[in-house]
Design a protein around this ligand. Structure first.
Ligand code: AHR
Length: 823
């Protein structure tokens, strides 16, 4: 959020802390006023390896650290004070101690004797130097792999085991549950010898298990080495080695394009950890693994070829991003390929295009053909680096782009200007400009028409990474509020289809444990996956792209102005404090706060009527009723220690709230914030340690007055928000009228439709709705909020449910004679 905006008076809010009957609306569509043509491939995806999205996610391999390379420190890094650092100060977060073998453990049932160890040379091939040594002295000694937070198996399903082994003896392999009980048949691998030898077998799961382990046991005394231990489900998506549920969820989005493989991952924390596509092609066993900017080792099991194949399989245009000679600007200082050595980087780009598009007789085209795709892939979109900045970038960009353009003039080249000025890039040619937007619900709604004023002479935009990341988007992000906010913004993108050429959400996939802290749109664990509300909203937008929009105006008549509604709370930000005499009164009556306070962060205790937050961190404690409005909240607060003052919340419903931040911003200002977005003016002020303050907050309908020690500090009337949005367009192929309407309010909107067509025309109505804006799907309730479609007919009045996106597809052609539901 820009500071100018932060401090400005806010005249527009779209959240539901304010409760108002939504009233009625009129949606007028002017079919004679078409907007600019929209790219039919406007909506796509950005598929980056982050948060276990590919290894341990989409790529179906079940064994983690299959090649034992996870013990190998990142290339180009040195151990400095216990941390593996690049020369430019990037902490690779490699934390494996010498000799440790992540994901593998020793199994010694019933007093067996033996050990396992890491060997750092002499692996099964030159690309996988590390391997595991298993010594058995007595009894049956083995090793177990715990997969990516468990190996997920389903009853009756078959799993293809392959491994490289050498040594003496026989191996027994099976899947086990956490308690050691078998959950598959046992296979015996015999015929081990001095040299590495491949083994393969099939395991059949006897029951479902989310946290199975693969256990490999030596059946006799001796020494055995293992490498490249792999377990893949027999059934993968289209036999492509991808996890069926996740791959299908992606395919169901019907993305117009796939941007891959990064993101920061292509940049690397240093040049050695950047994405080098040549490491990701050819036989899987010979693809060197590399430490990633996202703090894990990439197997490259899903490599350049596999991404291109996946694009083709789902009918999406490939959009390939590659490193252009500098590492990530957010990971220490960027490392550069010297200009004198940039020839190799340029060649890498050229070779990649030859691999993707060249004839099968060309050097790299031949490798593609050998991999199974003699026909060229149609790679026509190339992005030269991601989120680069600084004066060193433009000359590198130019060198790559010029060489590519000279050989491949029909490819469209994309430059990411998210972190570099147009001025610095002024001598660089790019056909499309990438721009990343991670921000708040508030920003997306407020900026829905931001592109209306863009200079049309500038290159069109690709909004490559877009998502609500503010706290009000929910813990997982992509809750109903986030989704609807993104939707309002996307309506604006459609209206400005001549400016916004492509758009994709980011990041796309995440394991539920979120190892990199980022969110996802598709979450998974070892056996399950689900989409957030954003997933379903983006899917509806992606499958209902109009050829152009039609001028649409919306006028809403609210029945009464909004009241601030919700429960209360007290808390701190980097401060310890205590609170007492907390009272909520309405019409002369004291409202019951109840005895159970709900705490979020901090260390809370209560004694003698004083609630204390004793840890100088962010911590809130809430009480009261979400339906309360028009109340007066009074309390006393005293700061014990820390950097700031107090937070006093009101109008709290679910994750939504307004808080008065008293002594915020380094204990320099007081201000109201709505879901952490600014509300009214900041006022100068600070809080002293050890002094009790009287705090009083008066709510009257939409008006809030805040008093500190009896002095009025803020008097803000929260304007009635616009919470109903609509946008219409025409399907380029079918001629159907597509109306999208978003209703943020907790009441239905009854809208008169003008210009949508003749009443009685058959229509398909699809509604994505939730009980509250904070709602989201989860592993436990994966399809709580999903679109529901119903055949209907066009009527003069249309009802738009609370908290919803509606997509109404009015069929082209004559109206239905019966005038009844077509079901
Ligand atoms: O999407 C996650 C990251 O955000 C991407 O890797 C990067 O491009 C951006 O900073």
């Amino acid at each position: 959020m820009r500071s100018a905006t932060r401090y400005a008076l806010i005249f527009f809010l779209h959240v539901i802390v304010l409760t108002v009957r939504a009233g009625t609306a009129t949606i007028s569509i002017d079919t004679m006023k078409p907007g600019p043509a929209i790219n039919p491939r406007l909506y796509g995806i950005f598929l980056e390896e982050i948060n276990r999205s590919v290894d341990g996610g989409l790529y179906a391999e079940l064994v983690a650290n299959r090649a034992f390379e996870d013990s190998r420190p990142p290339d180009g890094c040195k151990l400095v004070n216990g941390r593996w650092m690049s020369s430019q100060g990037w902490d690779s977060e490699f934390r494996v101690k010498p000799g440790e073998i992540p994901h593998w453990s020793l199994v010694k049932p019933g007093g067996a004797r033996g050990s396992m160890g890491l060997e750092t040379s002499g692996g099964a091939n030159a690309q996988t130097p590390y391997c595991l040594r298993l010594d058995t002295e007595a009894g049956r000694v083995g090793v177990a792999n715990d997969g990516f937070e468990g190996i997920g198996i389903s009853a009756g399903a078959k799993y293809n085991l392959s491994l490289m082994a050498r040594g003496t003896g026989t191996l027994a392999v099976r899947l086990e549950a956490a308690d050691g009980s078998p959950v598959s048949n046992t296979v015996r691998l015999s015929g081990l010898q001095n040299d590495w030898k491949p083994f393969a077998a099939t395991l059949t799961a006897s029951r479902p298990e989310a946290r199975a382990r693969l256990v490999i046991v030596a059946e006799a005394k001796g020494r055995i080495w293992l490498d490249l231990v792999s377990l893949l489900p027999e059934k993968t998506w289209k036999n492509r080695g991808l996890r069926p549920d996740i791959a299908q969820m992606i395919a169901d989005l019907k993305p117009g394009f796939v941007r891959f493989p990064g993101g920061c991952v292509i940049e690397g924390g240093n040049i050695a950890s950047a994405y080098h596509w040549k490491q990701s092609v050819g036989p899987v066993a010979e693809r060197p693994e590399t430490w990633s900017a996202w703090n894990h080792r990439r197997t490259h099991g899903m490599g350049f070829y596999d991404y291109l194949q996946f694009c083709e399989d789902i009918g999406a245009a490939p959009l390939w991003v590659n490193n252009a000679g500098m590492s990530c600007i957010f990971r220490g200082k960027p490392e550069f390929v010297p200009m004198s050595e940039m020839g190799a980087v340029v060649d890498d780009f050229l070779d990649a295009v030859e691999f993707a598009n060249g004839p099968a007789t060309s050097k790299w085209g031949e490798l593609r053909a050998q991999s199974g795709h003699p026909r060229p892939f149609d790679l026509n979109l190339i992005e030269i680096s991601n989120e680069s900045s600084g004066p060193e970038f433009p000359p590198r960009y130019q060198m790559v782009q010029k060489a590519l353009h000279a050989r491949y003039p029909d490819i469209r080249y994309i430059a990411d200007l998210s972190w570099i000025s147009a001025e610095l890039m002024k001598d660089c040619h790019f056909d499309i400009q990438d721009s990343h937007i991670y921000t708040s619900c508030y920003w997306f709604v407020e900026n829905r028409d931001v592109y209306a004023s863009r200079d049309r002479k500038l290159p069109p935009l690709y909004l490559g990474e877009v998502a609500v990341t503010s706290p009000d988007g929910g813990d997982l992000k992509g809750n109903m509020r986030a989704a609807l906010s993104e939707g309002v913004f996307m309506m604006g993108c459609e209206r400005n289809g001549d400016v916004v050429n492509m758009i994709s959400y980011a990041p796309l996939i995440s394991h539920v444990s979120r190892p990199n802290g980022w969110h996802g749109m598709i979450y998974h664990d070892s056996t399950r996956c689900f989409g957030t509300v954003s997933y379903y909203l983006w899917k509806l937008f992606g499958t209902n792209v109009p050829g152009h929009t039609l001028a649409t105006t919306v006028s809403v008549t609210p029945e009464k102005p909004a009241s601030i509604t919700g429960a209360i709370g007290v808390g701190t930000w980097n401060t310890a404090a205590e609170f007492k005499d907390i009272r909520v009164e309405r019409d002369g009556r004291t409202l019951d706060l109840g005895s159970k306070w709900q705490e979020e962060g901090g260390r809370w205790t209560e004694a003698n009527g004083v609630r204390t937050q004793s840890d100088p961190v962010a911590g809130m404690s809430y009480a009261g009723n979400e339906s309360w409005s028009d109340y007066t909240l009074t309390l006393k607060a005293r700061k014990l220690q820390g950097e700031e003052g107090f937070l006093v919340a009101f109008g709290r419903k679910g994750e939504e709230k307004i808080w008065w931040n008293i002594g915020g911003w380094g204990n320099r200002e007081h201000a109201l914030e709505l879901n952490r977005n600014p509300l009214g003016k900041h006022e100068p002020g600070k809080i002293e340690t050890g002094r009790w303050y009287d705090i009083r907050i008066e709510l009257a309908g939409p008006r809030v007055r805040c008093f500190l020690d009896g002095k009025l500090i803020h008097d803000v009337t929260v304007p009635t928000p616009q919470r109903f949005f609509a946008s219409a367009g025409r399907d380029a192929t079918t001629g159907d009228l597509i109306l999208k309407a978003i209703n943020f309010s907790d009441e239905p909107v009854s809208a008169t439709l003008a210009g949508a067509g003749k009443p009685g025309t058959p229509a398909l109505r699809t509604v994505l709705r939730a009980g509250s804006l904070s709602d989201n799907n989860s592993l436990a309730e994966p399809v709580r909020i999903v679109p529901v479609s119903q055949d209907t007919i066009l009527a003069d009045k249309q009802e738009f449910p609370p908290c919803s996106l509606t997509v109404l597809r009015v069929k082209s052609g004559p109206p239905s004679r019966a005038g009844n539901s077509s079901r």
